[in-house]
Design a protein around this ligand. Structure first.
Ligand SMILES: CC(C)(COP(=O)(O)OP(=O)(O)OC[C@H]1O[C@@H](n2cnc3c(N)ncnc32)[C@H](O)[C@@H]1OP(=O)(O)O)[C@@H](O)C(=O)NCCC(=O)NCCS
Length: 168
């Protein structure tokens, strides 16, 4: 059975020791920053565990680094990853539902997210569309700046399509 709980130092230790496949963060120094943001209330990190072992995690960043979300007060779903061994079992969907519930409980009516465009992000693109997230209508950004028509842009992790969902 899946258990969803807020991040704590013991969960960080268990996450960094696991090989979760692409996207999974194993660098302990990165997690120091994430845990301190979580403890400071700047982000909410939820961890999904099965049989006492973490199998996925995701965050809500209350003040997004993407200016249109920040201006609108739209929290951003961030850093969602399911361990490769546990994909296609509903872990990602459950984490998103739990994070969306937390956003709703804080009075938010909209939630946003950014997704990359190359094939590694294909499962995430499909999942977000299936869950009702739609492009925010502003086109692509590269390093948080708009991509103008005709631009030649590298398709790496900084090339993002932003999506939103009304929680009402
Ligand atoms: C994106 C990601 C988090 C999805 O996690 P997940 O736990 O596999 O998500 P879910 O299981 O909820 O949904 C994935 C698919 O499984 C299907 N599914 C869900 N529960 C299922 C079940 N019980 N049985 C069979 N299929 C199921 C979903 O319908 C969805 O189908 P799709 O392939 O048609 O889109 C995961 O692929 C991942 O970690 N990717 C790498 C990191 C990444 O890209 N993160 C997003 C950054 S923006």
């Amino acid at each position: 059975m899946l258990e969803i709980e807020p991040l704590n130092p013991a969960l960080v230790d268990a996450i960094v020791q696991r090989d979760g496949g692409n996207g999974w963060k194993n660098d302990p120094t990165g997690w120091v920053n994430i845990l301190s943001q979580h403890n400071a209330g700047a982000r909410l990190v939820l961890v999904a565990s099965e049989a006492g072992a973490p199998v996925g995690y995701g965050s809500l960043v209350w003040r997004s680094g993407y200016p249109p979300f920040a201006d609108a007060g739209t929290p951003e779903l961030h850093d969602l990853v399911t361990a490769r061994s546990h994909r296609h079992q509903g872990v990602g969907t459950t984490l998103i539902a739990s994070l969306a519930k937390s956003a709703r409980n804080r009075g938010h009516t909209t939630i946003g997210l950014g997704v990359g465009l190359y094939a590694d992000y294909g499962p995430a693109q499909r999942l977000y569309a299936a869950l009702g997230y739609q492009p925010d209508g502003r086109g692509l950004t590269y390093q948080n700046g708009p991509v103008p028509p005709g631009a030649t842009i590298r398709a790496d992790d900084d090339l993002i399509l932003w999506m939103v969902k009304n929680l009402a």
